[in-house]
Design a protein around this ligand. Structure first.
Ligand SMILES: CC(C)(COP(=O)(O)OP(=O)(O)OC[C@H]1O[C@@H](n2cnc3c(N)ncnc32)[C@H](O)[C@@H]1OP(=O)(O)O)[C@@H](O)C(=O)NCCC(=O)NCCS
Length: 429
């Protein structure tokens, strides 16, 4: 892949971003070959460096002089292939640098509160005067206008307000409550949608209008956009879609069951001593009949022969109970083996260790050991897509705050080494 061209080579992106929503947008462009310059607060960097395991929460000033310290592992994967410069947006000298960088950039990606960059004099209003071809991608919580726009937003707020939590988790009658997704779904999905907007705007600028544009993405609405049939169901029938835990309100069997025997009973990790779980899908009549026969419960197939009878809540409770009773003395691998052999769709629920050790994903480069020049070996997940002639790629994971001050400010702003050192000492950059 490294011998092939990069599809976005020549596109320069300024990533004034924090946490995951904005950073992942820029990183997706970086994986495609754009030159992404990440701009962070001098020394301390952006907040994501200070959260998640491996962080040293504001204990030490981060800088290129302590490269191995301080950055939490959550920062990894959202900032691939980037150059790292520092800039204190409060300082007039830094703003001048921002103008110089923006004059030579194609794209700015930013996810501060709406109005913050305008207040600092570096928003779209100001930057488009310097560079009319600039594409300005703003990602935020609630949109750039309207009474509720300036509230702070995070991934979980997006999921809560957007409607995702209310349909996730066990129903109350089973002792459950709304549940959050552990992964930063609203952020990584939002970053991807932002990248889609940027690519469309680049196409428009370069093939149609010749001009830049302002783009807006809202994290909350991005969650609502994924609510599938919940809104039409409510609008048409007045029915509020319900939670149904690890099962499915529309299909049965189509869910996760518990397998009573742990796969790694000898492990010294308590998590691995737990019982296993497996996803099982056999909702067509013939598959359900096959499933019942395989587990020695042919009477279940007779009792719940058709889809409409099977999906009823009381039927599902009985069917899943029978499946779990059968799987009580088996590991998830044993269940997968028996049901897989019968031609049914099964997949053990894997943890990170199990995911990381799959030869299929290793061979395809989806999971790989990155020999990172700064951090050494990093087990990484790469782009989830392939392109035959212009493949995406991961070149490095990340660098310390301001690591590329000299290279970028020298190359794009014409600063000398001495000038850069002075600005660094004054913590402007
Ligand atoms: C993430 C979020 C809640 C943070 O809110 P916040 O820090 O209270 O407010 P802002 O976004 O306006 O950021 C302003 C602050 O950034 C800090 N900052 C970060 N980088 C900086 C830099 N390079 N230079 C100067 N200040 C910087 C300053 O402390 C500044 O506050 P100040 O002007 O009062 O000194 C907010 O930006 C937000 O809602 N963003 C949109 C949604 C989103 O992307 N959320 C994160 C993903 S889950």
């Amino acid at each position: 892949m490294f011998g092939k061209p990069e599809v976005l080579k020549g596109v320069r992106v300024l990533s004034c971003t924090q946490y995951i929503l904005g950073p992942s947008c820029a990183a997706y462009l970086g994986e495609l070959g754009a030159e992404v310059i990440k701009v962070e607060a001098p020394r301390r960097g952006e907040p994501m460096r200070h959260s998640t395991p491996g962080n040293e929460a504001f204990l030490y000033p981060l800088s290129r002089w302590v490269p191995g310290s301080g950055t939490g592992l959550g920062f990894f994967g959202a900032n691939f292939n980037e150059y790292f410069v520092a800039m204190d947006f409060h300082r007039p000298e830094a703003r001048e640098l921002m103008y110089k960088l923006a004059a030579k950039a194609d794209v700015v990606v930013e996810n501060f509160r709406p109005g913050t960059f305008d207040r600092w004099g570096i928003g779209y209003r100001q930057l488009k005067e310097i560079n009319p071809r600039l594409i300005y991608m703003w990602l935020g919580g609630f949109g750039g206008w309207g009474p509720g726009r300036v509230r702070a937003s995070y991934d979980i707020l997006g999921q809560a307000q957007g409607g995702a939590f209310s349909i996730t988790g066990q129903p109350e009658e089973m002792g459950g409550s709304p549940a959050k997704h552990t992964i930063w779904l609203a952020d990584y999905w939002g970053g991807m949608m932002g990248a889609l907007q940027v690519l469309s705007a680049l196409y428009w600028r370069d093939n149609v209008s010749g001009e830049g544009t302002f783009l807006e993405y809202t994290q909350v609405h991005g969650v609502t956009r994924q609510l599938e049939y919940s809104l039409p169901l409510y609008g048409r029938e007045g029915v509020i879609r319900e939670r149904w835990g690890n099962w499915d309100t529309q299909l049965c069997v189509h869910g996760i069951i518990r397998c009573g025997k742990p796969s790694y009973p000898q492990s010294d990790n308590p998590q691995e001593q737990e019982e296993g779980y497996i996803l099982l899908s056999a909702y067509e009549d013939k598959d359900f009949a096959n499933l019942c026969k395989t587990i020695g419960q042919a009477q279940l197939a007779r009792l719940y022969k058709t889809h409409d009878v099977r999906v009823r809540p009381e039927s599902q409770k009985e069917i899943y109970a029978a499946l779990e009773a059968w799987a009580k003395d088996k590991t998830k691998e044993q269940v997968a083996q028996i049901l897989g052999k019968a031609g049914l769709i099964v997949q053990p629920v894997w943890n990170a260790k199990e995911v990381a050790s799959q030869p299929h994903w290793r061979e395809r480069g989806a999971i790989f050991w990155l020999d990172d020049p700064t951090y050494g070996d990093v087990l990484s997940q790469g782009p989830a897509y392939k392109m035959s002639d212009t493949p995406p790629r991961v070149k490095w994971a990340l660098r310390p705050v301001g690591a590329d001050n000299e290279y970028i400010y020298g190359k794009l702003c014409g600063l000398s080494k001495t000038e850069i050192e002075k600005l660094e000492a004054e913590e402007v950059i």
